[in-house]
Design a protein around this ligand. Sequence first.
Ligand SMILES: C[S@@+](CC[C@H](N)C(=O)[O-])C[C@H]1O[C@@H](n2cnc3c(N)ncnc32)[C@H](O)[C@@H]1O
Length: 318
Amino acid sequence: MFNESDYSFARYLSSKKSVDDRSLNRCVWGKLRSVIASEYSKKTLKILEIGAGIGTMFERSIDWGLFNRAHYTAIDAMLDNVSEAKARIPGWAYNVGYCVKEIADSELKLSGSGTDVALKLEAGDFFEFARVEQAASTWDLIIANAFLDLVDVRKTLPITMNLLKPGGLLYFTINFDGATIIEPEIDAEFDALVERLYHQTMDSRITDGSISGDSKTGRHFFEVARKNGLEILEAGSSDWAVFAGKDGYREDEGYFLHFIIHTMYLALRDRPELDRKRFKNWIEKRHAQVEDRELVYIAHQLDFLCRKPDASGSENQL
Ligand SMILES: C[S@@+](CC[C@H](N)C(=O)[O-])C[C@H]1O[C@@H](n2cnc3c(N)ncnc32)[C@H](O)[C@@H]1O
């Protein structure tokens, strides 16, 4: 079992990597790969990742062969995450066979096996970054993984689109969509109350004085995309499904589950609708279910690949 001080967001993001690896929708990913292969094979892709955390999506995009040549900028608001990215990426790159060079402070160059990628790690707020960029439409591809459900999508999407070149791509993945399933059941009614209140905390989150976050980001994104003139090239579910096999949970996924349960505890411990003692007991039972390798966790999510219309207003075709 973990103490309060054992919970580290950077370790959570690291433990989430194998969960995301299994969950990312392969049709959406396949479409992204095929568009990049047909339209950008001879170009150096300019990529921006928003809320990039410790850099796991960057690692994945190289591991899964998304591009060979790119300038990749990864921005995250938490300095600790960016420091962890700087610490882990050189070792990861070396282990998977790339030559890594630091070309400037917070800039790495990866080369080898036909790959030539410059990575810039930036600590800062995306909205401030976008303001400074002054809607410069210079990016070919903008990625955000497990980010969009934390912000006001209606405000964020136009700001993000302004940074994209006409015809550019948006790859928005692991967008939460209204279902948190935890098994085995403890008490059906109480379990459902906890789920409902937990989702309410996502809907009423305030950041910098404004509502940000939506527990149904996935389903709502279809309409927000349409209103902003985005073409959805592909969409599909990317549900997390975490369970123990005969050897227990994979990789660090036991930690991932403890972290999720602890997050629920922090979000709901002061809610008057929940009897304090009963809720604490519920949380303890959930942690014990993880220790006993019994707990199954499913979160419903959706992935999207979209294209900004080109200058003439028509969409690029493959
Ligand atoms: C759930 S985490 C996902 C991190 C990473 N994309 C991943 O999947 O491992 C969301 C991330 O968004 C970052 N974030 C939240 N608001 C941000 C903002 N306004 N600008 C930049 N990063 C932000 C957080 O610091 C956090 O690392």
